[in-house]
Design a protein around this ligand. Structure first.
Ligand code: FAD
Length: 412
């Protein structure tokens, strides 16, 4: 007999969480659909720098507990996925994802502060960082005015556009477009959920997983759920690029400038705009403290930071644009940063909600979801091809810096 279900699981929100789980769960034999209201990667994922953290941030705050041990294992998990290992165990296959850099630079403007001395004393970081001798400095730092110290940090940086493309390609028919008027209602006897949209054939699933980032709060409200609570932590990132008439060739770097705070004073990663021209994406303390500034003031601040930290760079030839985005996470007492990914299970409602906190934590969050679904029966004889063919498909979003930006020039 044909099943009444059109899938075992519906995942709501096609950022890295939804895409990762779509592949992981599908490979374990579940039938899965992923529903996106805007475009694939349009949320926090598109704004990410692509750093696969292995614990640096924890070492900076001195929090080297259980969460740090978990995150320390993530680079190896991603490395395995990039090489297509673990296919037999249903692991995610990331072959084809572009590596922007195998490692990053850590640089201090002066000699080590006591915090950094502690940081480098930690075993976790000793295994990941190498002090560079001046002859090994990349060209940007080979300047007689550079007085600080430079370290190589063994944490890779991935190209988010290729990550989205690789995760989307095999499942294009299962990543559906959901509009704001779609209705999610529980099936009788807690047998799952129905998702209805206009006159499209409704979807019926046994399990709903919310991976909508900032959108989880509204979804939970719509579904009448009081838990879990979400927090937003806003950032104002900055894009810097040589003005079209400038002679400056922007060097490719992935670097964190360490200051006295636990967040790097400035983080720089290099990406390309829609025409393939390089740009610097600036975050760290600049982005955290910039949320109260106007875009113009934030661009001015970014220009001043570059002029202070890299005075030999012709930063007057750069133009700047501000990009505002909220990090969405499980609510923490006092609004602090969670140190782990978060999964909320409501078995009675056949509902899970999650926030990864860091894209890098998806492998371990994926494991937790798989374990939590152990009792979910896989429906037999689902033939949903006719239903899926009627639903509109979601497309991949351009990255924020591949869209037109409002540039501020001559800010210093
Ligand atoms: C500036 C910035 C830089 C970062 N850099 C890094 C980094 O270098 N390394 C790292 O590990 N982490 C980084 N992070 C954190 C990381 O980006 C996030 O933890 C991760 O991307 C969250 O992924 P997600 O899929 O859960 O949510 P999102 O990427 O936010 O995706 C949610 C999706 O759900 C969709 N959606 C929303 N509401 C609905 C709805 N009602 N119905 C259907 N769909 C909906 C959205 O359109 C979106 O596509 C960074 C975050 C920011 C903001």
């Amino acid at each position: 007999m044909m099943s009444d279900y059109s899938a075992d699981i519906a995942i709501i929100g096609a950022g890295i969480s939804g895409l990762w789980l779509l592949q992981r769960l599908q490979r374990l034999g579940y039938r899965v659909v992923l529903l996106e209201r805007s475009a694939i990667g349009a949320g926090q994922t598109g704004f990410a720098q692509g750093i696969i953290h292995g614990g640096t941030k924890f070492a900076l705050t001195g929090e080297l507990g259980e969460a740090a041990t978990r995150i320390a294992a993530m680079p190896a998990r991603w490395q395995a996925a990039l090489q297509g290992e673990g296919q037999g165990d249903g692991e995610v296959d990331l072959r084809g994802v572009k590596l922007l850099s195998q490692d990053q630079l850590l640089w201090s403007t002066t000699t080590l502060t006591s915090r950094m001395a502690g940081f480098f004393a930690s075993r976790l970081m000793r295994s990941r960082t190498t002090a560079l001798k001046p002859e090994a400095y990349p060209p940007l730092f080979r300047h007689h005015d550079f007085r600080g110290e430079l370290y190589r940090l063994n944490e890779m940086v991935l190209d988010i556009a290729s990550l989205l493309a690789v995760l989307t390609a095999p499942y294009e028919d299962q990543i559906l477009r959901l509009d704001a008027a779609a209705l999610m209602t529980p099936l009788a006897a807690a047998a799952g959920w129905q998702i209805a949209q206009g006159d499209l054939p409704p979807l019926q699933v046994r399990q709903l997983i919310l991976t909508a980032g900032e959108g989880n709060a509204d979804l939970l409200h719509q579904l009448g759920q009081r838990q879990p609570q979400m927090q937003r932590r806003p950032l104002k990132m900055v894009v810097a690029q040589p003005r079209p008439d400038a002679a400056l060739a922007l060097p490719t770097i992935y670097a964190h400038c360490l200051g006295v705070a636990t967040t790097p004073r400035l983080t720089i990663s290099t990406h390309q705009d829609a025409k393939g021209r390089p740009l610097w994406y600036l975050g760290g303390q600049l982005a955290e403290e910039g949320v109260g500034r106007s875009d113009a003031d934030q661009c001015r601040q970014a220009a001043q930071e570059l002029a202070t930290l890299l005075p030999w760079l012709a930063s007057h030839q750069l133009r700047f644009a501000a990009l505002s985005v909220n990090r969405a996470e499980v609510a923490m007492p006092g609004g602090g940063r969670p140190d782990d990914s978060y999964l909320h299970e409501d078995h009675a409602a056949a509902l899970m909600t999650l926030w990864p906190t860091k894209l890098a934590l998806l492998p371990v969050l994926g494991d937790r979801v798989v374990a939590a679904l152990a009792d979910l029966a896989k429906a037999e004889n689902i033939n949903n091809a006719a239903i899926l063919a009627r639903w509109p498909k979601a497309v991949v979003s351009p990255l924020p810096w591949q869209r037109p930006l409002i540039w501020y020039e001559g800010v210093i």
